[in-house]
Design a protein around this ligand. Structure first.
Ligand code: NHR
Ligand code: GAR
Length: 216
């Protein structure tokens, strides 16, 4: 398959962006990150893009504009780049259905919980507060429903009695950096598709907890 063109959307430190850039450079992902877009100026992820000589853009919010207007500007920035895949990597803005539908089956997100548990924000503290002994991370296709698209792959981590949200987040982060490049490579190899709202791998529908889960 032809080398794929990836856009990565960030809002922060970009450690998942870095993992994907590294995997592209190492030939583990058959793609180039052709643009990095941040909705926040001055975040470290933009420096990572610059260090890798990847063009980046900041699409800041304008006071008073609607979500539709923001997303139209984001779309206008992306359209001329003809990307095959949009990767949300710590992108902290909810996207409109209009935007998401432009990239249906071509947009991935990494969410720090074992979905369908804990969609939304503050997931590590919520897992601790619930007394869970297991937590983790999910990569899923993005659909209009927030954190509700079909799961592709999850990784689990233990929660220990002495954990706080920061410690737990670090444990989850190391798993994120392992599973996100893997899923991006599956997509870039043409193995991964979304059909009728379901994630498919090598032509088979994935189980609710994704690839290699014990419920399939
Ligand atoms: N958009 C759609 N339509 N569907 C999804 O599944 C999306 C999405 C946009 C972002 C990432 C998501 C996550 O992994 C994501 C998935 C932001 C918020 C949020 O509440 C929630 C979930 C996610 C990203 N954002 C606030 C907002 O009003 C702002 C919060 C802030 O700036 O700190 O946009 O968890
Ligand atoms: C990651 O832990 C990701 O799972 C989370 O933000 C972090 C970004 O880290 N995403 C969300 O919480 C989305 N709401 P990074 O910028 O170092 O990749």
């Amino acid at each position: 398959m032809q080398k794929q063109r990836i856009a990565v959307l960030i809002s922060g430190s970009g450690s998942n962006l870095q993992a994907i850039i590294d995997a592209c450079q190492a030939g583990q992902i058959n793609a180039d990150v052709v643009t990095v877009i941040s909705n926040k100026a001055d975040v470290y992820g933009l420096e990572r893009a610059a260090n890798a000589a990847i063009p980046s853009l900041v699409v800041s919010t304008i006071q008073g504009e609607s979500r539709e207007q923001y997303d139209q500007r984001l779309l206008a920035a992306l359209e001329p780049l003809h990307v095959d895949l949009v990767v949300l990597a710590g992108f902290m803005r909810i996207l409109t259905a209009e935007f998401v539908n432009q990239f249906s089956g071509r947009m991935l997100n990494i969410h720090p919980s074992l979905l369908p548990k804990y969609p939304g924000l503050n997931t590590h503290q919520r897992a601790i507060d619930a007394g869970d002994s297991v937590h983790g991370v999910s990569v899923h296709f993005v659909t209009p429903e927030l954190d509700g698209g079909p799961v592709i792959l999850q990784a689990q981590v233990p929660i220990f009695a002495e954990d706080d949200a920061e410690l737990l987040q670090q444990r989850v982060h190391s798993q994120e950096h392992r599973i996100y490049p893997l899923v991006v490579q599956w997509f870039c190899q043409g193995r991964l598709t979304m059909i009728d709202g379901k994630a498919m791998m090598d032509g088979d529908i994935l189980a609710a907890a994704g690839y290699a889960s014990d419920d399939q």
